[in-house]
Design a protein around this ligand. Structure first.
Ligand code: NAG
Ligand code: NAG
Length: 231
């Protein structure tokens, strides 16, 4: 098909070239009537070209205008950020609303904002332990099933929980972006991303000192109840 197409355009180029040569010789033999006729013929071509250009531009506008309107429409519609529902304010409302607890985000999310396979991938790379208090001793340990079930509004964990959590949050953001899918309000929060990049870089930049506080090198997690949508 392509070969045929280029052959055709080559042919028409050849033709134009011959036409041009013809024009030159006609101009040289000084016959006014024939030259005028040719010029007229050439001048006639310009309005046609302009008209074609205008038609093409109008067609382009006709195609692009509805597209941009529908994008604007979509943007208007998506500005609520809760198109896929909310998890309410506590465990009871979260379960009633069909939300899933994800122990790495330490948050409840609507299914459309839950990143199951990403969660599984990161979970398999490190097992984080949770504790009832800031004393990370074996007798203080919370059974992982209770954590998985979202039964603890807050808990303590080893320090690495924080960068792993952050890597997961940023990966969720990217996955949602690639799929054109919704995000929960926590993932969407720009301040949270800024905080997470700082946590991830801290091994090198030492801008925050997680071990400086009275609790030492540990993380505290607080349960979040998110909503899901575009924004
Ligand atoms: C959860 O939130 C709902 C709605 O705000 C409230 O009615 C309910 O009492 C709360 N339940 C618990 C266990 O706090
Ligand atoms: C979440 O639960 C899974 C499954 O028990 C566990 O392997 C993982 O370490 C936990 N992850 C976090 C961040 O709590």
């Amino acid at each position: 098909m392509d070969l045929f197409g280029s052959r055709q355009s080559l042919d028409s180029l050849d033709f134009d070239f011959q036409d041009g040569k013809l024009l030159e010789t006609t101009a040289m033999d000084n016959t006014p009537s024939r030259t005028d006729a040719k010029r007229q013929k050439r001048q006639c071509r310009y309005p046609t070209c302009t008209q074609l250009l205008i038609i093409a531009l109008l067609a382009l506008v006709a195609i692009l205008l509805p597209l941009s309107i529908s994008r604007a429409d979509r943007h208007d519609k998506i500005s609520t950020g809760i198109e896929f529902g909310t998890c309410g304010t506590n465990r009871t409302t979260a379960i009633a609303n069909g939300c899933i607890f994800d122990n790495l985000s330490y948050a409840w999310a609507r299914p459309a904002c839950h990143h199951a396979s990403l969660l599984k991938t990161l979970q398999s790379r490190h097992e984080i332990k949770y504790y009832y208090s800031s004393t990370l001793s074996p007798e203080n340990r919370i059974p992982i099933q209770e954590i998985m079930d979202g039964k603890h509004v807050s808990a303590w964990a080893e320090q690495e929980q924080h960068p792993i959590h952050c890597a997961f949050m940023l990966s969720k953001l990217h996955e949602a972006f690639m799929n054109g899918g919704p995000t929960d309000n926590l993932v969407r929060e720009e301040d949270h991303t800024a905080h997470c990049t700082q946590i991830l870089l801290d091994n090198w930049l030492h801008e925050v000192e997680p071990c400086a506080g009275p609790q030492g090198c540990i993380s505290k997690v607080n349960m979040k109840f998110t909503h899901c949508g575009y924004s």
